[in-house]
Design a protein around this ligand. Structure first.
Ligand SMILES: [Zn+2]
Length: 239
């Protein structure tokens, strides 16, 4: 019975606490169609580690947290399962995809090359205004780092990379990166306090933008790849 008890606490959630943790996300999601609303809230909650990797959640509990019936929640969970974000464990509930070193290594190998390519392509398309936006983001990252606000740093880092990927104007490329983006974001967030402060990242971001300003696409590609590779090694070591 005792073993049973620990299992129950592990696989069920504290409804009130989760409700509180999810409140900012719930308030920000404007979608009103219930299955889509449940999907968006759950995806963001998992991405931002409000629901932790390896945790098991029940359809009934989530329905209670979101104040919905079970049908839209089930629909959302099934969709998240097809996207590899959760996995149905019969009689136990939905397990939130754990963060595994092997998965991350594989994802990084693909994404590093593609982000390098994105940096090269976007060197030709980024406007003066967009380059300035990238530089502003780097300055904001420096402030966030000095203030030890690592969550803000992660948000800005994501924005910096997203802008470059977007500017590459290649939908297939951004789709492949997007499929893996949440998993990488979670890994970054979960290891953030176990890694050195991201001053090195700021230096590397500057180098990438400097290459772009000089219209040196190959340079931007190499800088981006080595930036991602160094961060990958740091994250895998901290996991
Ligand atoms: Zn970066």
């Amino acid at each position: 019975m005792k073993n049973e008890h620990t299992k129950v606490t592990e696989s069920s959630i504290d409804i009130q606490k989760v409700q509180q943790d999810l409140e900012p996300i719930i308030n920000n999601v404007t979608e009103r169609k219930l299955p889509l609303r449940a999907y968006q809230i759950l995806r963001l909650a998992i991405r931002n580690l409000k629901l932790l990797p390896g945790k098991t959640i029940l359809e009934r509990e989530i329905a209670e947290v979101l104040g919905m019936s079970r049908t839209p929640v089930r629909e959302a969970l099934i969709r998240l399962q097809t996207e590899g974000v959760v996995k149905l464990i019969p009689r136990k509930g939905f397990e939130i995809e754990p963060i595994e070193a092997k998965d991350l290594r594989e994802i990084y190998e693909v994404v590093e090359m593609l982000e390098g390519l994105a940096a090269k392509l976007s060197t030709n398309t980024l406007s003066e205004e967009e380059l300035f936006e990238l530089e502003t983001l780097i300055e904001q990252q420096e402030i966030a780092t000095n203030e030890n606000n690592l969550e803000e740093w992660a948000r800005l880092d994501n924005l910096f990379h997203f802008k470059i990927i977007n500017a590459a104007e290649n939908e297939r490329l951004s789709n492949v990166i997007d499929v893996h983006a949440d998993q990488l974001y979670r890994a970054r967030l979960i290891t953030i306090n176990k890694r050195p402060l991201p001053f090195q990242s700021i230096v590397e971001h500057r180098a990438i933008v400097a290459c772009m300003r000089a219209k040196d696409g190959d340079g931007a590609q190499v800088s981006m790849q080595s930036h991602r590779k160094r961060a990958r090694n740091e994250i895998l070591k901290a996991l």
